[in-house]
Each structure stands twice: as structure tokens, then as C-alpha cells.
Design a protein around this ligand. Structure first.
Ligand code: ADP
Ligand code: MG
Length: 690
């Protein structure tokens, strides 16, 4: 019912091109020509009419049809931003929010941050004048804290809805509720050609507006046998395509920054060695932490005679469209969070992507002409081993963050929250238990003063708790640095292939007794003493860009300290205090050394210190970790040595003296009656709470 269907065929593509450099007026004209050439353009009027007629509209269109860049502009042109009202367009990824906002600002001929801007965590590129706001879904979620009815927005477009990120899913529930109270608010849910019927049902059978796609055929090739080393296979295949195939750019899907950097380095290396035997190959990476000037390079047209290869995370699956891609290389993996609600352990894992993902990836090859997709796995694996679709994030992540936010918004009955797909019951329960242990909720499940403060900080509850605890241990200066360094995660040290020994020596020089958090603190402090110098970074094999970002994050967190009533103070070299403050936040993530290696204290899972850690050889008895990463083993990344007595000091309600006993010592105190079942009582409490 109420379906808006489209059956027209769009006009043919007009390729804007000219031999001489275009004048400003010509440039403007060509921008407009490109805008008019997009598949959404012929439907502009119908789309605006459908938006005027319906409060909620689901918009479905092939990637690259112009949903993200054009629809907010149409709304702007139509007057939806009159009287100071704003339009929000959410993106699951920060890179997409930045890049799309930059593109739209250029199309509108305005400076980024004026009429058009973006807002992502720790980076706000908007001003009073900004009426088109591209933002991550997480930022819009935080917007509810300051403006629960989103009163300053006339339109909210939840874009890339098919990605089903945790934040997008929570937004659905909140926005559906707000829409009831604000009949004039327009809600658009935009998605690639997936799942739209479900969105429609969720929003009380909202109509679906379909923008017909324009796709050229894509031939799909599989490998005959599984690849043992897909990174190496990727590099070889790219070079093969480059040497044997007609012109057209290549898009490679890898899982994350480290892998992408490694692949780019290998490619550049081999190209250099082949020298003039092959044509020029431009190797361009794209991933979340890539600085914006580097991001912009992937969109620049390839010079004649050369070929471009873009090595991307699944950001390029649907959020970004790069013109000129003819070849797609898909090893079939992605990095995913997984969560075990029984143990409460979250871990990042490289896993096979879903069929839906693989098909989206292949589709990227057929946007401008017929293309080819090379899958680095067998046809059998595609048929039998890949899941149909990706499990929504809400069902494979911890929910501490989101539960804290919902509680801050006054939503107590989480079991009956309007979820598109509900999270597992155990996960909700564990989130409540964890927030209770962190002191963010009381035994009735209500937000405490400290919980309210934790929600103010735009970081995970454990990190917030660590920052709040720095007040007690008088070391907020150091803790802010640790927090900032942790948030630029794993991209601090630079390790070029040809200088591995030097780089490793430089890294070891930063080691301090105590563990990786103190190493991070040490790097930052020395950098600050150098006057934040880039030369210093270069000499010490430290990534200047990451450091600059850490400095940014640190400044912003510092700006929030007053609001959460933490004063600035320094530990004056007494690192025990810093370590205790960290423990106050991360007492959930602890492991002890047993005869058979490390085991997490509560869950008794086997874990390993990451070989890059400063504690890899020390093997301290007790430690805490920042995160778990599952590769060949379950590795703890960023570990800190602690003393078991600190756990009783910072979390007496969570740890019992008995479980912190050294298993080899004979001096075991008698078991205290009733002690063991206490956690169970707490759990029962929580059962009533939700
Ligand atoms: P959709 O949201 O439907 O996938 P978009 O609005 O993102 O489509 O893209 C429309 C067009 O704009 C595409 O052809 C794409 O190549 C172009 N485009 C988007 N972002 C940029 C950018 N940063 N630089 C250059 N072109 C871009
Ligand atoms: Mg889009």
C-alpha cells in the first residue's frame, strides 16, 4: 500500500570533459551537468512530492545514484532549511561523512563548514550557518542528549540504513518515537537495494520510493583453489590485471588500515622494481583514519595512460562511489566485531563477508561500463560458506555504551524498546551488569550521578570511568593523554619494511616498566616536549598524523573535564596512580598468568599478550588489556601490569578477595558464606530492572 514505484528509464550519461582547463563558469556548468546526469535527477520532483505527502519515506537506490549527495540539496533548494531549520544526514562511517560533505559543499559552491558541514566524533566542522549537516549516526544519537526532540531539524535522513550499524538501529527506534510527537518532522530512510521492505514495515508501512539503477553487467571470476595468503594473492592479482587487462581502475577490498598499508607498500615496491616495464600504477589507500587530504586523492581522475588502484575497507562497498572502477578484487573478508554474551567478551575478528556484501562489492565494477570482479575464493565457497547477509551489529556487540545513552535519555524499559531486531537478552543483561559494576547505575538500574557524567563523555563507558577515576588519583593530565592515545589506536608507530630494525629499536626505547599504556604516555610526553615536532616523529618512527589526532582528541576531552567535575592534576611521576585510575575503568578486562598461560579472571578464557606489547617478554602475573583481537589467537592489545589488590580497591563490588588469590599459595582464607552467590543476587536484581 502507498508504494511509489518508478519505471522510467533515465537519460543517457553526459560525460563532462574538455581539453583545456575550464573557467569558473564552465566548472559550475559542468558540476550542474554532473548533478543532472545522476540517476536520481529525473525523479527530483516526484521525490519532493512524495516527501511532502508522507512523513516517513524509505528511499531505495543503487549505490552511486545520488541519494547522499543530491537529496539533501534538493531539500535545501525546496526550502526545508528556512527559519533556521537544519537537515541531518547520517553516515555509519566517519570517512563517508567527511568526504560526502566536502563533495556537496563543492557542488553548492560554499566553503565546507559554512552552509554544509560535517560532524564526527572529536571533529566538528560545522558553524552557526550550517544547515546541511552530514554526521555519523553516533553523533546524531548524541544529539538526542542535548535536544531530545531534535527540534532544530526539519528533516532527518538516516542514510546507508542497510548497513545496520548499532547506532543506526538505535536511531530508528528513537526517531520513530520523535516523529509521533513532531508531525512536521520529515524522516527519510535511505538504503542500497537491500532490506527496504523491513524498514517500511518498521515505520508503519511507510512507502518505498525506488530510484531505478543503472548497472552494467559484471563478469565474476573465482579462484580454482582457496588462497593461503590473500594479501599476497591480492598484490599478484592487481599486477596481473594491470599488465593484462584493458584500461580501467581497480578497487580492492581489504579489512583494515594495517592490511591496507601493507598491501600498498608491497604494490609500490613491486612496481618500483618493474620500473618502466609496466605503465604507471597509482596506488591509493582509503580507510577510516586516513587524513582528509589523502582521502580526496582517490576521487581525482586518473591521468591518461596510467591506472589507479584503490585499496579500501568496506567503506567503498556502498558509502563511497569512485568513478572509473572497472575491476574489483574481492578476497572476501571483512573485519567484524563479535561478542559472546555468555562471557561478555568482545573481539575484533577478520571473518568471511556475506553474500550480500560480496554482491555489493562486485556491483562497484559495473557503474560506468561492463566490468569484472575477481573473487579470491572458490565458487563453492561462495555458494556454501558465505552467510546470506551480515548479522546486524546490535546482535554482535556489547551494549554498554548504548544502554548508558538510553538511560540518560530517560528510557528505562529496554526490553520493550522498539528495536528493528532486538539484541540478545543476555547482552542487555550484561550491559546493565557492567554499568552497575562501573557505578553508572544503581541497584535499581537507575542512572547515578557518576553515570550521568560518564554519558557526557563521548567515549566508551570504561574509558569514561577511567577519566572520572583520575580525579581520585590526581592524575587527570596523564589519563587524558592515555585516553587520547588509546583512541588513535594502533597507528602510533611507523614500521617501514626497509627499516624494521631501526623502527623496532625506536619503539623499544619508549618502553617503561608497567606496560603499554605508559609507553603511549611516554611517546606523547616526549613529543609534547619536542614542541609537537614532526621532525621528532620522523626520527623516532612515530606517525605524526596519529599524534596530531591524539592531540586534538586530548584537547577536546580536556574541554569536557569541567562538565564532569574533574580537575586538572598531574601524578608527578607516580605512575602507580595512573595505573590505578586505568584499572578503575578496565577492571572488567583482566587476565592472570596461570600454569597454562593467561586466562581472563572472570571468564577463564585463554588469551595471549600481543607480540607488539612491551610486556610480551615480561609476562607479569596480573594484567589488564584494552581490547581483544582475534587473529590466529585471541590477542590482548595494549596491556598494563596491575596488582590484584588494586582490583579490590577499585571494584570491591565486583571482585571478591577469594578469586584474586594466588592459586599456588597455600594461604587460602576460609570461604565466606554466601559470598559466591552474591553476583547471582545482583543478576536477579537486574532481571527485575529490565
Ligand atoms: P549514493 O548515495 O546514491 O550512493 P552519492 O550521492 O554518494 O550516491 O554519489 C553520487 C555521485 O557523486 C557519484 O557518481 C559519485 O562518484 C559522486 N561523488 C560522491 N562523492 C564524491 C567525492 N567526494 N568526489 C567526487 N565525486 C563524488
Ligand atoms: Mg550514499
Amino acid at each position: 500500500r502507498g508504494q511509489v514505484r518508478q519505471t522510467h528509464t533515465p537519460p543517457p550519461l553526459q560525460e563532462p570533459s574538455g581539453p583545456s582547463p575550464p573557467s569558473q563558469a564552465q566548472q559550475k556548468e559542468s558540476v550542474q551537468a554532473v548533478r543532472r546526469s545522476l540517476p536520481v535527477f529525473p525523479f527530483r520532483e516526484e521525490l519532493l512530492a512524495a516527501i511532502a505527502d508522507h512523513q516517513v519515506l524509505i528511499i531505495e537506490g543503487e549505490t552511486g545514484s545520488g541519494k547522499t549527495t543530491q537529496i539533501p540539496q534538493y531539500l535545501f533548494e525546496e526550502g526545508y532549511t528556512k527559519k533556521g531549520m537544519k537537515i541531518a544526514c547520517t553516515q555509519p562511517r566517519r570517512v563517508a561523512a567527511m568526504s560526502v560533505a566536502a563533495r556537496v559543499a563543492r557542488e553548492m559552491g560554499v566553503k565546507l563548514g559554512n552552509e554544509v558541514g560535517y560532524s564526527i566524533r572529536f571533529e566538528d566542522c560545522t558553524s552557526e550557518r550550517t544547515v546541511l549537516r552530514y554526521m555519523t549516526d553516533g553523533m546524531l544519537l548524541r544529539e538526542f542528549l542535548s535536544e531530545p526532540d531534535l527540534a532544530s531539524y526539519s528533516v532527518v535522513m538516516v542514510d546507508e540504513a542497510h548497513e545496520r550499524t548499532l547506532h543506526t538501529d538505535i536511531l530508528f527506534g528513537l526517531i520513530k518515537d520523535v516523529a509521533r510527537f513532531r508531525p512536521e518532522l520529515k524522516v527519510l530512510v535511505a538504503s542500497a537495494t537491500l532490506d527496504t521492505a523491513r524498514f517500511s514495515t518498521f515505520f508503519d508501512d511507510a512507502p518505498v520510493f525506488r530510484i531505478p539503477g543503472r548497472r552494467f553487467p559484471v563478469d565474476i571470476f573465482y579462484t580454482k583453489a582457496p588462497e593461503a595468503d590473500y594479501l599476497e594473492a591480492c598484490v599478484v592479482s592487481v599486477l596481473q590485471i594491470h599488465v593484462t587487462q584493458p584500461p580501467g581502475d581497480i578497487l580492492v577490498f581489504l579489512t583494515g588500515q594495517e592490511e591496507i598499508e601493507a598491501a600498498c607498500e608491497m604494490l609500490q615496491d613491486r612496481c618500483r622494481r618493474l620500473g618502466s616495464k609496466i605503465r604507471e600504477l597509482l596506488v591509493l589507500p582509503i580507510y577510516a583514519n586516513l587524513p582528509s587530504d589523502m582521502q580526496a586523492r582517490i576521487f581525482q581522475p586518473t591521468p591518461p595512460g596510467a591506472r589507479k588502484v584503490v585499496v579500501a575497507t568496506n567503506i567503498a562497498e556502498t558509502s563511497l562511489t569512485i568513478e572509473g572502477i572497472i575491476y574489483v578484487l574481492d578476497p572476501g573478508f571483512c573485519k567484524q566485531k563479535s561478542y559472546n554474551p555468555r562471557t561478555g567478551m568482545e573481539s575484533l575478528t577478520v571473518t568471511p563477508c556475506s553474500k550480500a556484501s560480496a554482491n555489493q562489492r562486485a556491483g562497484r565494477a559495473g557503474r560506468v561500463a561492463a566490468g569484472k570482479c575477481f573473487r579470491l575464493y572458490t565458487a563453492w565457497a561462495y555458494q556454501h560458506e558465505l552467510e546470506e547477509t551480515t548479522v546486524p551489529e546490535i546482535q554482535r556487540t556489547s551494549l554498554g555504551n548504548v544502554v548508558l545513552l538510553l538511560k540518560s535519555l530517560g528510557i528505562h524499559d529496554l526490553m520493550h524498546f522498539d528495536f528493528l531486531d532486538p539484541p540478545p537478552y543476555e547482552t542487555l543483561l550484561l550491559a546493565l551488569e557492567q554499568l552497575y559494576a562501573l557505578g553508572a547505575l544503581n541497584h535499581l538500574g537507575e542512572l547515578t550521578t557518576s553515570g550521568r557524567k560518564m554519558a557526557e563523555l563521548p567515549v566508551d563507558p570504561m574509558l569514561s570511568k577511567m577519566i572520572l577515576a583520575s580525579e581520585k588519583y590526581s592524575c587527570s593530565e596523564e589519563i587524558l593523554t592515555v585516553a587520547a592515545m588509546l583512541s588513535v589506536n594502533n597507528s602510533i608507530f611507523y614500521r617501514p619494511k626497509d627499516k624494521v630494525v631501526h623502527a623496532d629499536n625506536a619503539r623499544v626505547n619508549f618502553f617503561l616498566p608497567g606496560g603499554d599504556h605508559l609507553v603511549l604516555l611516554n611517546v606523547y610526553t616526549q613529543w609534547a616536549e619536542s614542541g609537537y615536532s614532526s621532525q621528532w616523529c620522523y626520527e623516532n618512527f612515530v606517525q605524526f598524523r596519529s599524534m596530531r589526532r591524539a592531540r586534538d582528541v586530548r584537547e577536546q576531552l580536556e574541554g569536557l573535564l569541567e562538565r564532569v567535575e574533574v580537575g586538572l592534576s598531574s601524578c608527578q611521576g607516580d605512575y602507580i596512580r595512573v595505573r590505578k585510575a586505568i584499572t578503575a575503568g578496565y577492571f572488567y578486562h583482566t587476565a592472570r598468568l596461570t600454569r597454562s598461560g593467561y586466562r581472563t579472571v572472570k571468564q577463564q578464557q585463554t588469551v595471549f599478550i600481543h607480540p607488539n606489547s612491551s610486556l610480551f617478554e615480561e609476562q607479569p602475573r596480573w594484567l589488564l588489556y584494552h581490547e581483544l583481537v582475534l587473529t590466529t589467537k585471541e590477542f590482548m592489545r595494549q596491556v598494563l601490569e596491575i596488582e590484584s589488590s588494586w582490583l579490590l580497591e577499585v571494584a570491591p563490588h565486583y571482585y571478591k578477595a577469594k578469586e584474586l588469590e594466588d592459586p599456588h599459595s597455600k594461604k587460602m582464607p576460609k570461604k565466606i558464606e554466601g559470598e559466591a552467590s552474591r553476583t547471582q543476587h545482583q543478576l536477579l536484581f537486574l532481571l527485575y530492572v529490565i
